[in-house]
Write a protein that binds this ligand. Structure first.
Ligand code: GTP
Ligand code: SPV
Ligand code: MN
Length: 669
């Protein structure tokens, strides 16, 4: 446990350094800290070192304050399911009175399967119910030139592809939020690497935050390490991330669930030229863990544009065939549409094995030999909890049995996590406290967990994490996949004819709205490349960047489109999904291996009847693969209109041509 050193750094005035050695930080970092200390007025500066002691200290504070609650471990769950014999338990020195009494109530410390248990290594957190998802409406990119950020769209455009703010307007918005916003709070300085530390594909960031919950999650999601300071001594470039919950002391309003935030004033802005992110008012995932969407997608997409690579909202997985050949696939699905589940699937086809490299973000670059290679810039999973269970995603379940944080899930009376989808895995009569704090039981109206409740788990705890997931050179990417929630009309899988057609397929991605952002209802939304909420620059230029990736000498990956979410007239999914999705991956691999298992259709190559292995599952081929002409005539018309209206003048010519060709083919169906 730290002592507050009375170190007073002259140009910071009398703001104590609670931990760390300010004098030894790289010069640029000192300036960054000094500037924001002056503006935000925290009560102290805590320079993080990523150590275990630091985690214990922060957890201790959060438990004492009540933001986190201990969850007892999952004895019954994994023993009865015969999961890994047992997980090593970490001893966490918890000393607060409150926690001691909790431990007593459960009879901990005790033993389980011969392992001493001193305290539970996972935690549950309930946010202010007004702070539960990304807030796209309050997320901006600021550039002097508007056209750099948003396309020259047509007058009737709705403007969903990026949100621009001028520097002048930004100054006004910042002025009414930031000055003094950390008063009475500690400012944590977090040095982190996106990607394996020292990898040529990795990038450095430093985040300032007044939330120790955010620090705890950043420690899981990124590589927090003092080694970052050494890297910055050689190359002082880093992405400057500043985050505040926007709740200075003394608190002027009631703080709900020990989660001080400022929902009315949420404001997230990206300054791509300055490589800077400023996020105010929210502690939720994509709004506050700035290494994730803000840096690794919005800022990095600009870096990728400038440096000739790709920053995408994609999982990366390795699939080893029964013949022992391994293929790597990167797949982009909109938020809450199945990336984490696919990245970790437990294949149902014999002889196949899958290993996970990443579940949300891919940074990819063509190497000199023309091979696309990708890394996962993150080091943890921030996954959707509802729907996850030992049947649908046992690998995710195993990943979060320790050292994990559960946000806005329910809690069982025996101290476990609970969410919709776990009905068959707990006692039906179990008393549950919902994410809103109400008493609840299975079968009662309402939900135990928020639909966007999440687990935050270290990637290296995933039983199928790929041995090369931290390879500094990345893994070779053989295929790209797009998909979304498409209840009608869209077949299980199809393959694009070539790279430009594949780009058109990606640009046409649509999906039913999900709980990952502020949208409600079952509206079908456009989400080109699954990147609509995460673009850092003009979407038209981004589509051109995709087209420009194709160059002589490069091995262009095949591009596929999948849909796990087609339903029949009773609203039931026509495809079993999850582990059975290996059957679709198997078909893609047959295509990568040059097998003649496809038929040409107006939208792309579809599987020849019978070429998807369907033994052992009960499906109707036609339900899954028919292409209703009326549907597709309307669909391409609507997609073309959307892109032409929204991307307007910036629509790449080659893409326009692709869409026209698709339309012509469909009209001739
Ligand atoms: P983000 O973390 O928001 O980017 O989401 P994601 O794309 O990683 O989605 P995730 O894998 O967490 O899945 C979201 C929801 O879709 C969960 O409730 C899953 O249970 C459900 N889901 C995932 N895969 C399938 C599938 O193959 N079939 C069906 N029916 N549902 C699925
Ligand atoms: C998503 O919404 O795509 C997520 C969750 O992965 S968040 O980190 O909140 O963006
Ligand atoms: Mn995501």
């Amino acid at each position: 446990f730290y002592e507050v050193h009375e170190v007073i750094v002259p140009h910071l005035g009398h703001v104590p350094i609670a931990k760390g050695d300010f004098a030894r930080l790289p010069r640029e970092v000192q300036k960054f800290i000094a500037f924001y200390t002056d503006q935000l007025r925290p009560r102290g500066i805590y320079i993080c070192d990523g150590s275990e002691e630091e985690a214990h200290e922060v957890i201790h504070k959060l438990l004492e304050r009540g933001t986190l609650e201990v969850l007892p471990k999952y004895e019954n769950c994994y023993i009865s399911l015969n999961q890994k014999k047992h997980y090593e338990m970490k001893m966490i020195p918890i000393v607060s009175k409150k926690v001691k009494s909790l431990k007593k109530a459960r009879g901990v410390p005790g033993t389980l399967a011969g392992v001493s248990v001193y305290s539970c290594p996972s935690y549950i957190c309930r946010t202010d119910p007004a702070d539960v998802a990304r807030v796209e409406g309050k997320t901006y990119v600021c550039t002097r030139d508007k056209h750099e950020t948003v396309p020259n769209s047509r007058p009737d455009a709705k403007g969903g592809l990026g949100q621009w703010i001028s520097p002048e307007e930004l100054d006004k918005e910042l002025a009414e939020r930031w000055p003094g916003c950390m008063a009475g709070r500690m400012m944590y300085v977090i040095p982190f690497s996106m990607g394996p530390i020292g990898s040529p594909l990795a990038k450095i960031g430093v985040q300032l935050t007044d939330s120790n919950y955010v620090l705890l999650c950043m420690r899981i999601m990124t590589r927090v390490s003092p080694k970052v300071w050494e890297i910055l001594e050689e190359n002082p470039e880093f992405v400057k991330c500043v985050h505040s919950m926007g709740c200075p002391r003394p608190w002027r309003k009631k703080v709900i669930n020990h989660w001080p935030c400022n929902p009315e004033k949420v404001f997230i802005v990206h300054l791509p030229h300055e490589r800077k992110v400023k996020s105010f008012g929210s502690g939720y995932g994509g709004n506050s863990l700035l290494g994730k969407k803000c840096f690794a997608l919005r800022i990095a997409s600009v870096q990728a544009r400038d440096e000739g690579w790709m920053a995408e909202h994609m999982l990366i997985m390795g699939i080893t065939t029964p013949a022992g050949k391994e293929y790597f696939v990167a797949a982009a699905f909109p938020s809450a549409c199945g990336k984490t589940n696919l990245a970790m699937i437990k294949p149902t086809l014999p002889g196949y094995s899958v290993r996970c490299v990443g579940d949300d973000i891919a940074w990819m670059k063509f190497s000199d030999d023309g091979q696309l290679r990708g890394i996962n810039p993150e080091s943890g999973f921030f996954g959707v909890a509802p729907g996850t269970n030992w049947k649908t995603n046992p690998n995710a379940m195993a990943s979060f049995q320790k050292n994990s944080i559960f946000t806005n899930v329910g809690k069982t009376a025996d101290g476990g996590f609970y969410w919709e989808g776990m009905e068959d895995e707990i006692d039906k009569d179990m008393e549950i406290t919902t994410w809103l704090g109400d008493k609840w039981k299975i079968g009662m109206p309402g939900k135990a967990a928020h639909p966007n409740s999440r687990f935050t788990a270290p990637a290296n705890q995933c039983p199928i994490i790929h041995p090369r997931w931290e390879d500094p050179q990345g893994v070779p990417i053989h295929a790209l996949v797009f998909g979304g929630r498409r209840p009608t009309g869209v077949p299980l899988v199809y393959e694009s004819f070539d790279w430009p057609h594949g780009v058109a397929v990606g640009a046409s991605v649509k999906s039913e709205a999900t709980a990952a952002a502020e949208f409600t209802g079952k509206k079908i939304m456009h989400d080109p490349m699954a990147m609509r909420p995460f673009m850092g620059y003009n979407f038209g230029h981004y589509l051109q960047h995709w087209l420009d990736m194709e160059k002589p000498g490069r091995k262009m990956p095949k591009i596929f489109h999948v849909n796990w979410f087609r339903v029949d007239d009773k609203g039931q999914f026509v495809w079993p999904g999850f582990g059975e999705n290996i059957r679709v991956l198997d078909w893609m691999i047959q295509r990568l291996e040059g097998k003649d298992v496809a038929v040409e259709t107006p939208i792309g190559y579809l599987p020849k009847k019978g070429s998807i292995k369907t033994e052992g599952i009960n499906i109707n081929w036609d339900d899954i693969f028919t292409l209703p002409k009326d549907y597709w005539v309307d669909d391409i018309k609507e997609t073309k209109k959307f892109l032409e209206t929204e991307v307007g003048d910036d629509m790449p010519k080659a893409l326009k041509e692709q869409l026209e060709k698709i339309e012509q083919r469909i009209n001739k169906m």
